[in-house]
Design a protein around this ligand. Structure first.
Ligand SMILES: Cc1cc2nc3c(=O)[nH]c(=O)nc-3n(C[C@H](O)[C@H](O)[C@H](O)COP(=O)(O)O)c2cc1C
Length: 238
């Protein structure tokens, strides 16, 4: 675990944007030409629409754990082609975490929802990254004061978390809290999330993250379970 000191936040963010926009990863991902395919077996994440109270769990700490995530259903990258996802990949993993540890869950919703179309979303994201934008959140969370551990979940968009994640973290003081990044991705793993959350959340501790390939989320529960154990949020025996 790494203690994060105060970074020259705006300078780092601006540098990240200049470095990330239009990178090879983004270009490759936006250049897919295969037609979208239907998702024949929609992932079985529970409808996670409101922050939840913590149900019975093996970990006494889970009432102080928040999972805040952004996920976009619709046409997405899938093994070099496209696939229509009825539930976003990150939401599938969020559902697993919620079931395993019973933490509070806050799905971050865009005030201006992202298109279902993949290319349009890529284009909008590049604009938002280039502008260092803070896309609005439809369902703001009042406070994170009661939480000491916060899991920040998102897809990777052009090697970073979507800018709406920066909107979210900008709204709170994370000093003294522990952050664990969670991403789903095609090629970029955690991307620049560790660097960016470090810059945006001065005084936070940045713990181990988890990156799950978007194409493999349906089978990710063992990896999610193991990660939750490694970071001390799941202690009961299987
Ligand atoms: C606009 C956009 C940009 C993306 N850029 C990347 C990228 O740079 N690297 C990567 O590994 N995956 C990238 N992807 C793929 C997503 O990260 C991946 O499909 C993820 O699992 C989607 O999660 P979601 O369904 O929860 O939104 C991109 C997808 C979109 C829609």
């Amino acid at each position: 675990m790494v203690a994060l000191n105060k970074y020259p936040r705006r300078a780092i963010l601006r540098g990240a944007l200049l470095g990330a926009a239009g990178t090879a990863s983004g270009a490759v991902l936006s250049a897919c030409t295969d037609p979208p395919t239907a998702d024949p077996a929609p992932a079985s994440a529970p409808p996670v629409t409101e922050p939840r109270g913590a149900p019975a769990s093996s970990s006494a700490r889970n009432g102080t754990v928040l999972l805040a995530y952004f996920s976009r259903a619709g046409e997405n990258y899938f093994n070099g082609g496209r696939k229509w996802l009825s539930v976003g990949n990150t939401e599938v993993v969020a559902g697993m975490i919620s079931r395993l540890i019973g933490c509070d869950v806050h799905p971050i919703e865009a005030a201006d929802p992202y298109p279902g179309d993949y290319e349009s979303t890529v284009a909008r994201n590049v604009e938002e990254q280039n502008a260092n934008a803070r896309p609005g959140i439809a369902n703001s969370l009042a406070s994170i004061d009661r939480y000491d551990t916060i899991l920040l979940g998102s897809p990777i968009w052009n090697v970073r978390a979507p800018m709406i994640m920066t909107t979210f973290v900008d709204g709170f003081d994370f000093a003294g809290k522990t952050i664990h990044p969670l991403t789903t991705y095609a090629m970029s793993g955690l991307g620049n999330t560790v660097r960016d959350y470090a810059a945006s959340c001065p005084g936070a501790m940045l713990g181990q993250g988890l990156a799950v390939r978007g194409e493999e989320v349906a089978d990710a529960e063992p990896a999610v379970d193991a990660w939750l154990r490694r970071i001390g949020l799941l202690t009961r025996s299987a």
